[in-house]
Design a protein around this ligand. Structure first.
Ligand code: ADP
Length: 319
């Protein structure tokens, strides 16, 4: 994940929830992609450091166990840059130009000059980040699926040219691969529609109060349709099944109004976030613990990355 802001519910349900689940079954590597943050934020890099810490705290708060998983920071491992360089030699430029995320971001982020070599090469760096660890899979939200596909293509091309070194990693999606924000667009920190994992309870309630519901339901006395209501989708994520069933019934019969329904959901959402807030406070009270976790993670990741790079150099004929 890129340190361009604190994590929101979309990041959690699209990716982080899977990380927490997978760490019990797999050896997992999770890193803060600070070089990737520079691809779009190179003109204003000052906040990247602070967000790096915030994101690590968000992960730990969400239940990432630093004993079970390896947590590290991309720019602390120059091995990523070496593999990126070598993969750059074999990646055809049209593969990058036709990448849907690239085209979309160039259109959406009009206020920045993204016509750089680094921004075009974003998926090549991401491919290096991924295949250095020879993974079985990559747990991301569905918007990242095209990048994992490019990673598979680059790995295949490397293996074809130099012999089999890399597996082709799978995308691992959650049940909620794309969570919508308060305005029904994809939840994203750049759209101003995000609820953050570390928002205080009042901020959560205030954001929920602005959520768009069934647009056909104009008056309190009109029956609503939960199937088209984003608040109802959130109920399904956070409220117990009996509440979901009751809200479903009462919405359709105008037995509950949107204001009340949102308050009910915000309460359950806050209850869901409460254990994260508590864990976060624990880590915040011990700043040195975070430093130790990263130092150990960097070390462990480096051992794996260096072993892969040795193989890569030999395969390419540089050793
Ligand atoms: P943002 O779009 O807020 O900048 P990132 O691009 O940093 O978020 O995404 C980090 C991870 O979270 C990726 O795996 C991405 O697929 C996932 N993700 C981001 N937004 C959502 C969303 N709204 N729903 C599901 N997953 C998401």
């Amino acid at each position: 994940m890129r340190p361009t802001g604190p994590l929101h519910l979309g990041n959690y349900h699209g990716a982080l929830a899977n990380w927490v689940r997978l760490q019990a079954e797999y050896e997992c590597f999770f890193f803060v992609a600070d070089w990737h943050a520079l691809t779009s934020d190179y003109e204003n890099p000052a906040p990247i450091r602070g967000y790096t810490r915030e994101i690590l705290l968000d992960w730990l708060a969400a239940g990432i166990d630093p004993e079970a998983s390896t947590l590290f920071i991309q720019s602390h491992l120059p091995e990523h840059a070496e593999l990126y360089l070598l993969l750059g030699m074999i990646t055809p430029v049209p593969w990058l130009e036709r990448n849907p995320t690239y085209k979309e971001q160039i259109e959406q982020l009009q206020n920045r000059d993204l016509s750089t070599y680094g921004f075009l090469g974003y998926p090549v760096l991401q491919a290096a980040d991924i295949i250095l660890y020879k993974p079985f899979g990559v747990p991301v939200g569905v918007d990242q699926a095209p990048h994992v596909e490019i990673t598979r293509e680059i790995a295949r091309r490397f293996n074809f040219l130099y012999g089999p070194v890399f597996p082709e990693p799978q995308v691992i999606l959650t049940q909620t691969p794309k969570l919508l924000g308060t305005d029904r667009r994809k939840m994203s920190k750049s759209y101003g529609n995000a609820i953050f994992l570390n928002d205080p309870p009042e901020a959560v309630a205030a954001k929920v109060a602005t959520m768009i519901t069934d647009p056909q339901r104009m008056r309190r006395s009109d029956p609503g349709n939960p199937e088209v209501c984003n608040v109802f989708d959130f109920h399904k994520l956070y409220s117990p099944p009996e509440v979901v069933a009751e809200v479903d019934r009462k919405c359709r019969t105008a037995g509950i109004g949107c204001v009340e329904c949102k308050k009910l959901m915000a309460g359950h959402l806050n209850a869901f976030l409460e254990p994260m807030r508590a864990r976060r406070r624990g880590y915040e009270s011990e700043p040195q613990r975070l430093e130790r976790i990263i130092a150990a993670g960097n070390e462990k990741a480096r051992r794996v990355a260096q072993a892969t790079l040795e193989e890569v150099r030999r395969a390419v004929g540089l050793r």
